[in-house]
Design a protein around this ligand. Structure first.
Ligand code: XIL
Length: 512
């Protein structure tokens, strides 16, 4: 573990020293949050695009390749076992990210759009009848389970650090979408009659996602007051309180609208950040782009000012709650809104004025520095040119994992999410954090030792630990055996060594 710390220091130092020539946005913003972009089946096979990603970004979202229409296979699917696949585009993206240790945001599992209508009909056929909620529950659970399992088995070393579990479930005025198919209608609402499928989706995702994968609700126009309040109060808060959700994905498809105020104004955008932040969840700006009227390049400077204003809101209102900012497209000509040139690189891969404004916001003395937020440790490490990441640190420490530590981590999930914790993918990723901390358990001679940031001289595992424990909303005390069996909230009577967990705190306790 000492080696890792030394390596971290070298990595950070070197990233700073050659910041001028090699720094990308991931380095400039390393003290704040991950800075990401997207790849698709085309760009993931372009060396020029991959070079930009390697230079600039430390988070990748597959643009379309993990959506239901790309992953669900009708043939061979049953209600209890939905067949899933990764197409060539998905494979190219995930392989690239695994090889280069670039953290990935999964996108997306439950969505009204880009989801085949037959997924909601008997026999997985377009002519079938709409299925019951009981059948849809089974299909949804199986789909989510099989997706996480397929990704894990295909890319065991991938750092799948976040996933958009449910996308765009709110209407513009706040509330469920209209039932139906196409034109913004939702077959999910058709089956469930309301938005009750959202909690089910998060329950299944919590059950099957790796422990280190943060679970997000993701939506657009998330700054419009009625929609914002519905998302905050009726989706994010209840799910967060139940330990099922880690964060809010603010898509942030914005418009500069030269000649009139940009939409939204930076102040309105900042107010939305404050609303979500006040709920105590992480925030990802998950799909940032800002269009200009008619794609007229004379508006590039207005666009740059808007990017700067928006980023200022993210920095000042979001603070440490914002753990990733992802731009939705590398070059203007690749954008889903390419007619209006909304990105920070032009069609030739040149940095636009907007890019330069983003760089100017962070003093150079901060470039390459690790942050203090939940995801900052991996940001700091991956800012080095050698691309070490938290997953490589994890791999090196996993051999030390003790059975008690692994068990303890999976039980923390079970206790907080009210679903059984028994997936092998979870165990493998959980072992990361606790294994590095288990040495302090073992070496402790005192009767009680906190596994907090101050307890480890060798490596600060607090961010990883927090990510594992983020489902634990309540301050209830739970005792566990060293094997991780939950023993309830009363102090064990029998002499022995136990694990005690309260909120985010995990300690060893010796009962004499
Ligand atoms: C877009 C893609 O960029 C396009 O290529 C595709 O044709 C449609 O979807 N909100 C989302 C993203 O959550 O998945 C959408 O991506 C953009 C809006």
């Amino acid at each position: 573990m000492k080696i890792n710390i030394v390596f971290l220091l070298i990595a950070v130092a070197s990233a700073t020293s050659f910041a001028q020539t090699t720094a990308g946005l991931k380095d400039v913003y390393s003290s704040k949050f991950k800075f990401g972009n997207i790849l698709n089946g085309t760009t993931a096979n372009s060396q020029a695009m991959k070079n930009i990603v390697l230079r600039e970004f430390n988070s990748i979202t597959p643009e379309n390749e993990l959506k239901p229409d790309a992953t669900i296979v009708a043939s061979g699917s049953t209600d209890d076992n939905v067949k899933v696949q990764l197409n060539n585009g998905a494979k190219a993206i995930l392989q690239f990210c695994q090889d280069n240790k670039i953290p990935v945001r999964g996108h997306t599992l439950v969505w009204h759009s880009q989801t085949p209508e037959w997924f909601f009909r008997t026999g997985f056929t377009s002519s079938g009848a709409v299925v019951s909620t009981a059948v849809m529950d089974k299909r949804m659970e199986s789909y989510i389970k099989n997706m996480f399992a397929l990704i894990k088995s295909s890319y065991p070393n991938l750092n799948l650090y976040a996933y958009d579990v449910v996308n765009e479930a709110s209407s513009e005025s706040g509330g469920p979408r209209t039932a139906g198919n196409g034109d913004g209608k939702s077959m999910w609402v058709q089956v469930y009659k309301d938005n009750s499928f959202i909690e089910k989706a998060f329950t299944y995702a919590r059950k099957y996602a790796p422990a280190t994968t943060k679970l997000f609700y993701n939506d657009y126009n998330e700054y419009i007051t009625a929609k914002r309040n519905y998302i905050a109060n009726s989706i994010i808060k209840p799910l967060k309180d139940k330990g099922l959700l880690d964060g809010m994905g603010m898509q942030s498809h914005l418009d500069v609208r030269t000649g009139s105020a940009p939409y939204p104004t930076a102040a309105d955008y900042g107010a939305a950040i404050t609303t979500y932040k006040n709920l105590g969840v992480e925030i990802h700006v998950s799909e940032l782009d800002a269009t200009i009227d008619n794609g007229n390049t004379s508006y590039f400077s207005a666009q740059a000012t808007y990017y700067k204003d928006i980023m200022n809101q993210i920095l000042t209102k979001g603070g440490s709650a914002v753990t990733a900012v992802v731009i939705w497209g590398i070059q203007d000509d690749q954008s889903w809104r390419k007619d209006r040139k909304p990105l920070i690189f032009d069609a030739s891969g040149n940095k636009k004025a907007a890019y330069n404004e983003l760089v100017k916001l962070i003093p150079e003395s901060d470039w390459g520095k690790p942050g203090s937020g939940a995801s900052s440790s991996s940001v700091a490490v991956s800012s080095s040119s050698s691309k070490a990441s938290s997953s490589s640190v994890a791999a090196s420490s996993s051999s030390k994992a003790s059975s008690s530590s692994v068990a303890a981590s999976s039980s923390s999930r079970a206790s907080s999410s009210s679903v059984a914790a028994s997936s092998s993918s979870r165990a493998s990723s959980s072992s990361v954090a606790i294994s590095s901390s288990s040495s302090s358990f073992e070496s402790s001679s005192s009767s009680e030792e906190a596994l907090s940031s101050s307890s480890s001289e060798e490596e600060d595992i607090t961010p990883i630990l927090n990510s594992m424990l983020s489902t634990q909303g309540s301050q209830l005390i739970t005792y566990y055996s060293l094997k991780g069996e939950p023993l309830g909230s009363a102090k064990p009577q029998k002499a022995g060594v136990y694990i005690i967990k309260q909120g985010y705190s995990v300690k060893k306790i010796v009962v004499r």
